[in-house]
Design a protein around this ligand. Structure first.
Ligand code: PBG
Length: 330
């Protein structure tokens, strides 16, 4: 060992001491354009109600959502992901309001389309927010999801969003064949330009808890383990991804993000399509709670978590922190 240089000349710190060196050699960067903001829509006017389990996130009537869109555009955020939240009396066994041309999401799409054409409009395509039982589709007599009937309704919903002017539909119900069914329906209805962002790899996660509160979409009985993936499975994600690509999706998504960074990396290395990640409600609330208790610094921990998702291989991130993060990045 050289007594004057115990590290024998190997000093990674030489590249860390000077701030300009660190900036120059930084391998990954976050930009406002990486982000997509989820938006919860409700009926009414001037409504902006905070979600108790997601402090800082609100349910918006369409006029208020438009203000949010203005903020997204001003900060350079790429797009919004829309969820409709309905009153109980509007829900039924199939979620039929979700393919009504005058439905809440359809009206919101038209309003955003005309007010903020710069913004990408993505609509979540699922039924748990619209069915009285809270499951992601039609149920059979035994209470199991009837995927065949659900696919037909998914086609109706996707066409209806396309007619309203959506850019991308994002099926999130983990229905086998959903991508092919939607692609065929969109093409047949002459909407070949509408893309499909598949929630290809969606785990049956405890981190959706606050969302179910926000969207009032918790299943009234049972759980979603019969269609969402087991958190223990990594290999199965390849199959889900391959099927969705074969069926014609344009982008694949992994959800949640922070507990599944290995899966994001796996998908990134195994496919050529863009890979998106969803930093879900529970991840938002967890960071928010720790920051509010004074245990974590919000800005640096949120940016670090987003950077980790990007470093894992995500091309874009759906996050409730989209506006805040864009602000912090300047
Ligand atoms: C609808 C849907 C869910 C989320 C997005 N789309 C809930 C679920 O599957 O239970 C969760 C998003 C979040 O937690 O932020 N199927």
């Amino acid at each position: 060992m050289n007594p004057f240089n115990p590290s024998s000349g190997h000093e990674p710190r030489r590249l860390r001491r000077h701030p300009a060196m660190r900036r120059m050699l930084r391998e990954h960067h976050l930009r406002a354009t990486d982000f997509i903001l989820p938006v919860f829509l409700v009926e009414g006017e001037g409504v902006r109600t905070e979600i108790s389990s997601m402090p800082g996130v609100f349910r918006h009537s369409i006029d208020s959502a438009l203000q949010l869109c203005a903020e997204a555009v001003a900060r350079g955020v790429s797009g919004v992901l829309l969820f409709g939240v309905l009153e109980e009396h509007c829900k039924d066994a199939t979620g039929s309001v979700s393919w009504d041309a005058e439905g809440l999401v359809q009206r919101a799409i038209r309003a955003i389309r005309s007010g903020y054409p710069q913004l990408l409009i993505i609509a979540d395509a699922c039924f748990c927010e619209y069915t009285a039982h809270g499951h992601c589709g039609v149920l059979d007599a035994g209470g199991d999801r009837d995927d065949y009937a659900t696919l037909e309704n998914l086609q109706r919903q996707a066409i209806s969003y396309a007619e309203a002017g959506v850019d991308v539909v994002a099926p999130s119900g983990m229905v086998d064949g959903m991508v092919m069914a939607i692609r065929e329906a969109l093409d047949a209805a002459r909407h070949p330009q509408v893309g499909i962002l598949s929630y290809a790899v969606k785990y049956a996660s405890a981190f959706y808890g606050p969302f179910r509160d926000a969207a009032d979409s918790a299943p009234q009985f049972g759980d979603r383990k019969g269609y969402q993936m087991d958190p223990a499975n990594r290999r199965e994600a390849f199959r889900e991804m391959a099927l969705d690509i074969q069926e014609g999706c344009d982008m694949v998504m992994v959800k949640p993000a922070m507990a599944y960074l290995d899966v994001i990396r796996d998908l990134r290395e195994r496919c050529d399509l863009p890979v998106l990640a969803y930093q879900v409600s529970g991840e938002y609330s967890m960071l928010q709670a720790a920051a509010r208790a004074g245990w974590l610094d919000l800005q640096s921990s949120v940016l670090e978590s987003l950077l980790g998702i990007k470093r894992a291989g995500a091309d874009a991130i759906i996050t409730y922190y989209a506006l805040a993060a864009a602000d912090w990045l300047g």
